[in-house]
Design a protein around this ligand. Structure first.
Ligand code: BG6
Length: 293
């Protein structure tokens, strides 16, 4: 654990040299590097690393809502709050198997959080690195209240890409999506693979549990594996929106792509005492491994 501008960060290192850095502000993964030391997540050069807002990049966690409806703040409050290290978490289910190098974090709502979302919960997050340097995140949210509650959720994952025009996503073809650029109107994806030439802000529904983000120029593929997370958010702000964002450089949209494992369209309902688990596993393989070109 290291102190960075007054905020603790946990650094994980796998035996072969991959690493991850997790901030207790938001439980946000702010760096993930492979065993050659290459950064795999995007962080804006204009990112602001101090509360109250999550910094622009890494993997902020959107909870208890994804998006911006009702009185709750955009993408919920969990990403903006301080988390703590959980030294004694209840054991994970054996089939959740994850890496040997890990940290367990805990977020419980403070009084001010209960004022805007009156539900008592425990949010346990385990971040781990496997022997291969894959990043595994397991979120467990437990209702410790006397009444049920609903929530939506996303691992808002900023992947680092060489050039957005050279990137495509496979695994979302033919799916229905809600378009955030048209008041969440529902459309059906027509393309063979998703490519990018303008702003994209979509929630793909009921996606397969493995999707691939292929970076032609870098000749590498991010493999996004997920469980308990039926939806996938795909977001790139493109030029005009980037210029309106103070914590994103005007041209930086070219080097980032958000691909989030999420549960949005159908909210998760937890009765008192129930727990929900959402698991995300990110790995990187050479592109030839996944596609023919
Ligand atoms: C996306 C939303 O997923 O997140 C966008 O659909 C939003 O509309 C983006 O701009 C970033 O959100 P924020 O709150 O981190 O600026």
């Amino acid at each position: 654990v290291k102190d960075w501008n007054g905020i603790s960060q946990v650094i994980l290192r796998s035996p072969r040299g991959a690493s991850a850095r997790i901030s207790l502000h938001g439980g946000q993964v702010i760096s993930w590097r492979n065993d050659r030391g290459e950064e795999l997540l995007f962080t804006s050069s204009k990112a602001i690393f101090k509360p109250p807002k999550a910094m622009r990049g890494g993997i902020p966690i959107c909870f208890p809502q994804f998006g911006n409806c009702g009185s709750l703040e955009q993408h919920g409050f969990a990403r903006n709050k301080m988390w703590s290290i959980d030294n004694d978490p209840p054991p994970l289910h054996p089939s959740d198997g994850d890496g040997k190098v890990f940290v367990n974090l805990l977020f419980s709502p403070a009084e001010e959080d209960l004022k805007c979302w009156p539900h008592c919960f425990e949010f346990r997050l385990r971040v781990s690195l496997t022997m291969n340097g894959d990043l595994v995140m397991i979120s467990r949210i437990r209702n410790i209240d006397a009444k049920p509650f609903n929530f939506s959720f996303a691992y808002h994952t900023y992947l680092s890409v060489s050039d957005i025009s050279e990137v495509r996503i496979e695994g979302l073809e033919t799916l229905d999506y809600l378009d955030n650029l048209c008041q969440r109107e529902r459309f059906t994806e027509q393309g063979d693979a998703i490519t990018f030439e303008s702003e994209v802000d979509r929630i793909y529904l009921g996606s397969p549990n493995i999707i691939a983000v292929i970076d032609h120029e870098k000749k590498r593929t991010f493999v996004v594996k997920k469980e308990g997370l039926p939806d996938v958010v795909v977001w790139n702000p493109w030029e005009k929106k980037s210029k309106s964002m103070t914590d994103l450089g005007d041209e930086e949209y070219k080097q980032m792509l958000c691909v989030d494992g999420a549960a949005i369209e159908r909210q998760i309902t937890l009765k008192p005492g129930e727990e929900w688990t959402g698991r995300l596993e990110l790995s990187v393989v050479p592109s030839s491994y996944c596609s023919d070109d």
